[in-house]
Design a protein around this ligand. Structure first.
Ligand code: PGA
Length: 286
């Protein structure tokens, strides 16, 4: 039966639920939210990989709460230089210093408001990987691009630009979030079947990139794109998450607004336990 087959294939992939808090929460509020999430999932089995992504100013406080937790810490952006005269920027070394493990790269709000482009995403991706940080590359089309039938081309270009130079070992460290820009913060989520279709294209694009660059790899083993976690993001909430995690190519979610409320976010995590149970790939302990 079809469902059975897809769980066999997706068994190779990590299920990830990441909460992007954007420009919300002071340190104190961030600690409160972290503690609420932690106590609500205490003792739970089959948890997905949970990543909390607070603003930079709350990373240190949240990190202290997470010291004995399996929840991972992420940052919302990162410059590619180690240090220098880059007022307002944060370097990979600064994130490592706070035990950050994941970093969002190329979020559409960075692209829209802060000049992030397909030229700078690969620099950030490579710098993150060089420092052992796991990048979550964000890609997605604008509404005008979707209406013009350009979704697949835009997303393919974003993936190709950011990841075109990676080798197999590096592919094994990344995740990609498909976030159609028109679905972010609007309540207008993408139909799950359509999100699945685009996530499948992302996986295919990575397979093609990997095949092209095979000769550059060091491990000798080509990376299998079936192992790549691909997440959906854009107005995910407790009431719709299961419709996404049931899809063959969607391995979890990048959650904005709904990650700011502990009950809602915990409900999303618990819904994702079903996919973990089926695929058997639980979160690694820290
Ligand atoms: P949203 O944001 O869940 O509020 O739509 C998602 C994101 O921007 O990562």
């Amino acid at each position: 039966m079809r469902l059975k087959n897809f769980y066999v294939k997706s068994a190779q992939r990590q299920v990830i639920i990441a909460g992007n808090w954007k420009m919300h929460k002071t340190s104190k509020q961030a600690v409160d939210l972290t503690e609420q999430i932690q106590s609500a999932i205490a003792g739970e089995k089959n948890l997905p990989e949970i990543v909390l992504i607070p603003p930079f100013t709350a990373l240190s406080a949240v990190e202290k709460c997470l010291q004995k937790s399996q929840i991972k810490l992420g940052a919302q952006n990162m410059d590619w230089h180690n240090e220098g005269a880059f007022t307002g920027e944060i370097s990979p070394l600064m994130l490592l210093d706070l035990n950050v493990q994941y970093v969002l790269i190329g979020h559409s709000e960075r692209r829209q408001h802060f000049g992030e482009t397909n030229t700078t995403t690969p620099l950030r991706i490579k710098a993150a990987l060089a420092h052992g940080l796991k990048p979550i590359l964000c890609v997605g089309e604008l509404i005008d691009e979707r209406e013009a039938g350009l979704t697949d081309a835009v997303v393919g270009r974003q993936v190709g630009a950011a990841l075109g130079e990676l080798n197999s070992d590096q592919f094994a460290q990344i995740a990609i979030a498909y976030e159609p820009v028109w679905a972010i913060g609007t309540g207008n989520h993408c139909a799950p079947a359509e999100a699945n279709r685009v996530c499948a294209i992302i996986r295919k694009t990575v397979a093609a990139l990997q095949a092209r660059l095979e000769e550059k790899t060091e491990s000798g083993q080509p990376f299998n794109a079936n192992r790549l976690p691909v997440l959906y993001g854009g107005s995910v909430k407790a009431s719709n998450i299961a419709d996404y995690t049931k899809q063959e190519h969607i391995d979890g979610a990048l959650v904005g607004g709904a990650s700011l409320m502990s009950e809602e976010f915990v409900a999303i995590i618990k819904a994702a336990q079903e996919r973990v149970k089926q695929t058997g790939k639980a979160a690694a302990t820290r």
